[in-house]
Write a protein that binds this ligand. Sequence first.
Ligand SMILES: [Zn+2]
Ligand SMILES: [Zn+2]
Length: 124
Amino acid sequence: MAANRPLSKTFCEVCGQVFTPRDAMQTYQNRYFHPHCFCCASCGNSIAGKPFYPKPNNQFQCENCNNALAPVYEKKQQQRVYLIIFFFVLVVVFVIKRFNRVQKQNDFKNDIITATVFGTNSLF
Ligand SMILES: [Zn+2]
Ligand SMILES: [Zn+2]
């Protein structure tokens, strides 16, 4: 906005040139850019006056590039969820099998105990 334009000499954050009174100015977090210098880090298109996404290392990304890259991230997240579900199912199957084996062993023990009891009973 022209009203917020600083009176002191200001440099463009990207090209380092001093702003002349005729230069258009894009400000972001007390930093100043030429509109043609305020560009998307991915496609290089100007993002002056457009929605953009701040990225690490003082870079910005336009909405298009952000949307284009977002599904890749979501897919990775989804794959991770599937992997967690897969391991969870594996653990559940393992626990059930183990439990069944212990149960069978217990049944077997019970059989022996019963047989012994029958045996002693038949002796007396
Ligand atoms: Zn510039
Ligand atoms: Zn872009």
